[in-house]
Design a binder for this molecule. Structure first.
Ligand code: C5P
Length: 284
């Protein structure tokens, strides 16, 4: 018996990083939006062990792979079972769009479904947060406010202002290390946000004020990867309603009036910067 699950990605409409905690993680307040662009995970039950195959040559299929770690955590909790897993990667790595975290969460969800729901929502959440700060968000499918180190998820009402808008994701062809991006911010402590500073911008986004998009990891990342602010400005100058780096980068996204406008912007972007990276559009 096998199951195929679609593993999506996300953008952060707001990413407010607060000062570093004593455990080394940063407290944050972030508005996560699920994005319907997918990797695909096919899971087949086996009696014992984990066998992982992956379409991406750069990804390990061993115990360090996040999908492997996720399956291993599931079976340790369950106390029995095994799986053969095929991971079809369509989304870029180290891109700030949470594709790896989604893979981990959807492996947990898929295994739990295949094994007739032996683990409670709380157990899945406990496993997910051990796998990574962004993993719990992908245990659910809604727009959500993430707090703590990102693992405390509170679904929020959908933003009507986004309805029918086009979203363009532009990945420049290289990734950014998440630990490095947080470290770059900690070198500029004046840029840390304070708790409670996301409420106002979220309301502004609800009313369609796209200038309220914000991410305080941008300055540190933009300082090293200087093409990213150039891409962001290009998007803003060429019709985007708003543009921002997602998560710790390197993906920059643009909100456009509708999908055709996002496609037109994508074409302009490729004409200007070349075809080296990855890009995609969706209707929100
Ligand atoms: O939790 P995750 O594995 O995604 O975190 C990767 C790294 O990013 C952490 O080890 C830490 O350096 C940094 N991070 C952080 N604060 C967060 C999330 C991540 O400092 N809230």
């Amino acid at each position: 018996m096998s199951l195929t699950v679609q593993s999506p990605c996300k953008i952060n409409l707001i990413l407010n990083v607060l000062p570093r905690r004593s455990d080394g993680f940063h407290e944050l307040e972030s508005l996560f939006l699920p994005v319907p662009l997918h990797d695909e995970i096919t899971i087949e039950k086996s009696s014992k062990g984990i066998e992982l195959n992956c379409s991406h040559p750069a990804l390990s299929t061993g115990p360090d792979n996040l999908v492997h770690r996720s399956a291993s955590a599931f079976f340790t909790e369950l106390g029995e079972g095994g799986a053969r897993i095929q991971l079809q990667k369509n989304l870029p790595l180290a891109a700030g769009i949470g594709a790896g975290s989604a893979n981990a969460a959807h492996t947990l969800r898929g295994l739990n479904e295949l094994y007739d729901t032996p683990l409670s929502a709380k157990s899945l959440h406990d496993l997910a947060k051990q796998l990574g700060s962004d993993v719990p968000f992908f245990l659910q499918d809604e727009c959500a406010l993430a707090t703590g180190r990102g693992e405390e998820i509170e679904p929020v009402a959908p933003l009507d202002s986004l309805h029918g808008k086009g979203l363009l994701l532009v990945h420049p062809g290289f990734g950014v290390s998440t630990p490095w991006a947080y470290q770059a911010l900690s070198a500029k402590p004046k840029l840390y946000c304070q708790a409670g500073q996301s409420a106002g911008p979220i309301e502004r986004l609800r009313s369609g004020d796209w200038q309220a998009l914000q991410n305080n990891l941008e300055p540190g990342v933009f300082g090293k990867y200087t093409v990213l602010p150039v891409i962001k400005k290009f998007l803003s100058d060429n019709g985007a309603l708003g543009a921002l780096m997602s998560g710790s980068g390197s993906t920059v996204f643009a909100i456009a009036e509708d999908r055709p406008a996002a496609e037109a912007l994508r074409a302009k972007c490729h004409a200007h910067f070349g075809q080296a990276g990855w890009s995609a559009t969706v209707c929100l």
